[in-house]
Design a protein. Structure first.
Length: 161
């Protein structure tokens, strides 16, 4: 009886674990399943599948207004993982002390006065509140509202307020 119960409990746990893995999760399973991780190739890198850089503020800019309100990135083309999944991503800023400040989900935007580093520029923005003056921030592309276990980051450039 105890053996049967033990077998039943262990079988149920194995079934539960198996049903949680694979293509159904937000990040997938390291590139072999569906979800964002399956597209980006790794649940640790959030690789957008194309060249991406800061557009506003421009990379390594100093004296950025702390009330900037949004961070804009520019990507090379729209036939890539970033363009196909931008609604699930955001920009997270990492300050000089390692604090993470997540922005709003990425939205398509135009930046006619911004940099045009690629043959085919596509712009995305992530909204932010007021930033701290005199601080260096590094921008990362991250999965919006992913939590600790479903997080990944693709590091971009930094800027200083």
């Amino acid at each position: 009886m105890i053996r049967s119960l033990r077998f039943f409990v262990l079988s149920g746990m194995a079934l539960a674990l198996a049903s949680c893995s694979g293509a159904g999760g937000l990040l997938g399973n390291g590139g072999t399943g569906g979800g964002i991780g399956g597209i980006f190739g790794s649940s640790a890198s959030c690789n957008p599948g194309t060249d991406v850089q800061l557009a506003n503020p421009i990379p390594f800019q100093s004296g950025v207004n702390p009330n900037i309100g949004q961070i804009i990135i520019v990507a090379n083309g729209n036939n890539n993982a970033l363009a196909q999944n931008y609604q699930s991503l955001n920009i997270t800023l990492i300050d000089s002390f390692g604090n993470q400040i997540p922005g709003g989900a990425l939205q398509l935007t135009s930046d006619t006065g911004g940099p045009h580093p690629y043959n085919s520029d596509f712009y995305y923005q992530s909204g932010f509140g007021t930033l701290q003056s005199g601080m260096t921030y590094t921008a990362e592309i991250t999965v919006a509202n992913a939590g600790t276990f479903n997080s990944c980051a693709y590091t971009l450039q930094s800027f200083r307020t």
